[in-house]
Design a binder for this molecule. Structure first.
Ligand SMILES: [Fe+2]
Ligand SMILES: [Fe+2]
Length: 472
């Protein structure tokens, strides 16, 4: 565990414990939490607490892991009920005791994870309870009680999101903002669905003649929300796995490109993160990276696996793969954002690429990112015509050399900041990384091209010396 994470969790646990202790001393549990089964008011309050801890435990037993690693479960609903029903003290204790999961008992979660999870819910529950109490309690009018629930739940939601994102960021070295952007939409929709249900539960609970048993009836729709959340995550996982299998099938045809698509995906996503592209674009890079060479399905084995350099005719067949790939993927509406990446991943920044000879910014940004990732992967992997892969230093030098010609210089800059280039000698750092070519207007570049430029990598600048080989 990183030292920074240790310090963060220790601080979080200390602050949460102090907050709960002080709140427990200062703010008593609201009487509205009474179960109304026992004569003794104190015992009835305790019984109410036990009831809500049990409900929260039940909801916590069914966690759903989000794509970026954070956990969402329907225990949010009873915790939000606690904010307006019992106040900050009850909310804090129910969050502490009720959020134990089977994974923790089975010791699937490391001890610091257990501590962080509990503190990460307890502190937001205390804060949310305090804010909710400032607006009103469940005993006030239904509208005031609703406002109080929404206000408390908003604070609870934001505090929990911030704490979780910080933990995941320290643990995985990812930007906290990226994590929030990644998981926040799903958190938000869950929140939107659960908060009205939580308010309804609190109203039913205090309704004379109804009470705790009717709360159990509301658990069914809460469970259905959890089920649909899980289905969504499973569908997404299944889609990613299917796309990865397709990519693997293409890579497997060529023994020299085994694992190429997976590595291109990883490099592209890392460049995208460095450039702080949006979450949807990261997903497009992920799937586009896996599928970029899918068109090679239409390239015969005799061309794909030819150990010698390709003839002009064979090169034309090979160069058709971005268009074939785009045509294959076109009917899949879910993959519409990936189409431009697949079609344009061999366009050159100076307009001498293929298939459409786009220039500079005309080339979709994600395709420019993938082009750099594709070239780096191709250069650092063995190929039939160059059995010895280039070193990271050599590959970095090639990317810099052809920045502004083949590659977008800003993307090469971003690549240089990823861990793939860590420790490599980067000639672009010492001098101006921007060559003269990007400073020319796109029209000027077009005019500067003397005659048709053969996009075949065999004729590409420096190809014979092992320069960026983007035939992959
Ligand atoms: Fe390709
Ligand atoms: Fe490729």
């Amino acid at each position: 565990m990183p030292r920074s994470l240790k310090i963060y969790i220790a601080g979080l646990v200390a602050v949460s414990a102090v907050a709960l202790a002080v709140t427990s001393l200062v703010i008593p549990v609201d009487d509205a939490i009474r179960l109304r089964l026992f004569e003794d008011p104190q015992a009835d309050v305790v019984a109410g607490m036990v009831f809500w801890v049990a409900i929260t435990l039940l909801a916590s037993a069914l966690p759903v892991e989000m794509p970026r690693g954070s956990i969402v479960n329907t225990s949010i609903a009873p915790l939000v009920v606690m904010l307006s029903l019992g106040g900050p003290t009850a909310a804090g204790w129910v969050a502490l005791l009720g959020t134990s999961e089977l994974r923790e008992i089975r010791r699937d979660v490391p001890w610091y994870g257990t501590l962080a999870n509990h503190a990460g819910l307890m502190l937001p529950a205390v804060l949310g309870g305090a804010v909710s109490g400032a607006f009103g309690t469940v005993s006030d009018s239904p509208s005031l009680s609703f406002i109080s629930t929404v206000a408390g739940a908003t604070v609870f939601f934001l505090a929990n999101l911030a704490i979780t994102a910080a933990i995941l960021s320290l643990r995985h070295g990812e930007s906290a903002v990226d994590i929030v952007r990644g998981d926040a939409p799903t958190f938000f929709w869950t929140f939107l669905a659960l908060v009205p249900l939580a308010w309804l539960m609190s109203q039913i609970y205090v309704l004379p003649g109804v009470g705790w048993w009717a709360v159990l009836l509301v658990i069914l729709p809460v469970y259905l929300i959890r089920l649909s959340m899980r289905r969504y995550i499973e569908m997404r996982q299944m889609f990613t796995q299917t796309v990865a299998s397709l990519a693997q099938a293409v890579d497997a045809r060529d023994k020299f490109t085994s694992g190429h698509s997976v590595r291109v995906k990883q490099i592209s996503v890392d460049i995208g993160r460095t450039m702080r592209v949006g979450e949807r674009d990261l997903e497009a890079l992920e799937w586009g990276g896996l599928l970029h060479d899918i068109g090679k399905i239409g390239v015969p084995d005799s061309v794909l696996n030819k150990p010698d350099r390709l003839t002009k005719e064979e090169r034309a067949i090979m160069n058709a793969h971005p268009v074939i790939g785009a045509n294959i993927i076109a009917p899949v509406t879910k993959l519409a954002p990936e189409l431009p990446i697949i079609r344009h991943h061999h366009e050159w920044y100076n307009g001498s690429g293929y298939p459409d000879r786009l220039i500079g910014e005309e080339i979709p940004r994600l395709a420019r990112i993938l082009h750099v990732a594709d070239a780096f992967e191709a250069m650092t992997a063995a190929r039939p015509y160059r059995m010895k892969p280039l070193t990271t230093d050599q590959a970095m030098a090639e990317l810099r050399k052809f920045a502004g010609i083949q590659f977008d210089p800003t993307i090469v800059d971003a690549f240089a900041r990823t861990h793939w280039a860590a420790g490599a000698h980067d000639p672009g750092r010492a001098s101006d990384p921007r060559p003269l070519v990007p400073l020319l207007s796109q029209a000027a570049i077009r005019m500067a091209q003397v005659g048709p430029v053969d996009p075949a990598p065999a004729a590409a600048p420096g190809a014979a010396a092992g320069a960026p080989e983007t035939a992959s």
